[in-house]
Design a protein around this ligand. Structure first.
Ligand SMILES: Cc1ncc(COP(=O)(O)O)c(C=O)c1O
Length: 433
């Protein structure tokens, strides 16, 4: 039996994944061409009026995803904030959201001085559980923010049905799921508004940036009103009533046009890169099936996962006497890129939520609520248990493009080596006590 690296043996994983982000000659040439064009036409690299590369990317991105309207922003977070505003959410309104996510799925609600109400997640996809969502609806609920966490689509049919029954708007947070499909359709086109990030580490990047999609002309015009320059509003907003509100009282959420240029090139490769990443992670999943203590990532029927993050599950019952910490430590020593998990603490249990201290101060947005909302341990048991006991992250995140099968094989060898040495880990665990 090979000696574990944690006990002084040779480590199994010697390969590393490619660097990220990956930017090639095509992106460089496109940026240079855009800069040259701007020397002749100063408006070309100005997002204030819309037009130029920004408009081009908005059109191609919306077309690619299957949406009517696209609107670029300077980040995925700003796209979400604009979406919450466009959805008509007002101060003190409640918005239902997952606690198992990146904070900005939630901060877009707080930014509108509205109150997040947390629903629990599905045990297998880690996305919002429609049944739990329905239980949290109150007379003050205005909308849902649905994140497609890690790149796996949420159960949009069921969530849309709940929303429709209660007259709520649905905002999709697709920051980790660009290109993912649910029943053959791309995420971001399944609710009322879809928000994407082209920032660091995403499926395609612009350096920084975001995109909002919608099929609703009214929502598109509303979104224009909050974060775009009046010069742009003046030619794109057609609703006469709305024109009255055109003003410079706005957020500067415009994208840098060169980000749109870079992302525009990368969009041509999105499906290919997602397919490559999917193949690498599916190979990993296949190999992990028989490994004790690990449950590979689940993919729901009719869903195309894009694996922004690969988050398998630790199964303590299968490796009795070995803690998650010890298991991870042994794998890390073998060179496996594994960690305790991504979310770690569900959002409703974080200090800002527990102490109700957010950027506005003076107890806002909760002070604006029409009933008291309290965030308690036990509110979202599935998310809480996952964070505390079972979540893991594994692999190279979005970097696993190209053929990474050699790296995957090394990682699987490391898992098998650890599995053959479980008694060594049990001894180490006992020694720790
Ligand atoms: C789920 C989720 N939502 C929103 C964001 C915010 O996107 P950005 O960093 O482009 O503002 C991120 C960023 O990582 C994210 O992961």
């Amino acid at each position: 039996m090979a000696k574990l690296a944690i006990e002084g043996g040779e480590k199994e994983v010697t390969l590393s994944p490619p660097n990220w982000p990956q930017v090639g000659e095509e992106e460089i040439e496109a940026v240079v061409a855009a800069l040259r064009k701007s020397a002749e036409d100063w408006e070309y690299l100005c997002s204030a009026r819309g037009g130029g590369p920004t408009a081009e990317f908005e059109r191609t991105f919306a077309e690619f995803m299957g949406a009517e309207y696209g609107l670029c922003t300077c980040g995925g977070g700003p796209a979400l904030h604009v979406a919450v505003m466009a959805a008509g959410v007002e101060s003190g309104d409640e918005v239902i959201v997952s606690p198992y996510t990146w904070g900005q799925t939630v901060s877009c609600i707080l930014q509108q001085n509205a109150i997040p109400v947390f629903a629990d997640i599905d045990l297998r996809t880690y996305n919002l559980d429609p049944k739990s969502v329905e239980e949290r609806i109150s007379p003050y609920t205005k909308a849902l923010v649905v994140v497609h966490i890690y790149g796996h689509p949420a159960d949009m049919d069921a969530l849309n049905a709940v929303a429709e029954k209660h007259g709520l708007l649905v905002i999709e947070d697709c920051a980790q799921a660009t290109g993912a499909k649910y029943k053959g359709r791309r995420v971001g086109t399944l609710g009322h508004l879809g928000c994407f990030s082209i920032g660091d580490g995403k499926q395609i990047i612009g350096g920084e940036g975001g995109v909002l999609l919608t099929n609703d002309c009214d929502l598109f015009e509303e979104a224009l009103m909050f974060g775009q320059h009046p010069l742009r509003q003046s030619w794109q907003v057609e609703n006469e009533e709305r024109k009255k509100w055109m003003d410079s009282l706005i957020y500067t959420y415009r994208i840098h046009p060169l980000a749109a240029v870079i992302a525009g090139v990368q969009l041509r490769y999105l499906d290919q890169w997602n397919a490559e990443r999917r193949a690498n992670y599916e190979l990993l999943s296949e190999g992990l099936k028989d490994v004790p203590g690990i449950e590979p990532v689940y993919v729901a029927p009719d869903c195309e996962h894009v694996y922004h993050i690969y988050s398998p599950t630790f199964v303590p019952e299968e490796v009795e006497g070995i803690s998650r910490d010890t298991y991870i430590e042994a794998l890390q020593a073998e060179g496996v890129p594994i960690g305790h998990g991504y979310v770690r603490t569900p959002i409703h249990l974080r200090p800002r939520m527990q102490e109700k201290r957010w950027f506005f101060g003076r107890g806002y947005p909760w002070a604006a609520g029409r009933r008291e909302i309290v965030y308690r341990p036990g509110d979202c048991p599935v998310a809480e248990h996952r964070c505390a006991e079972t979540e893991l992250t594994l692999g190279g995140g979005p970097r696993w493009r190209g053929d990474q099968s050699a790296l995957v094989r090394q990682i699987l060898n490391a898992f098998h080596k650890v599995a053959e040495n479980l008694d060594v880990l049990r001894r180490r665990e006992r020694d720790l006590r």
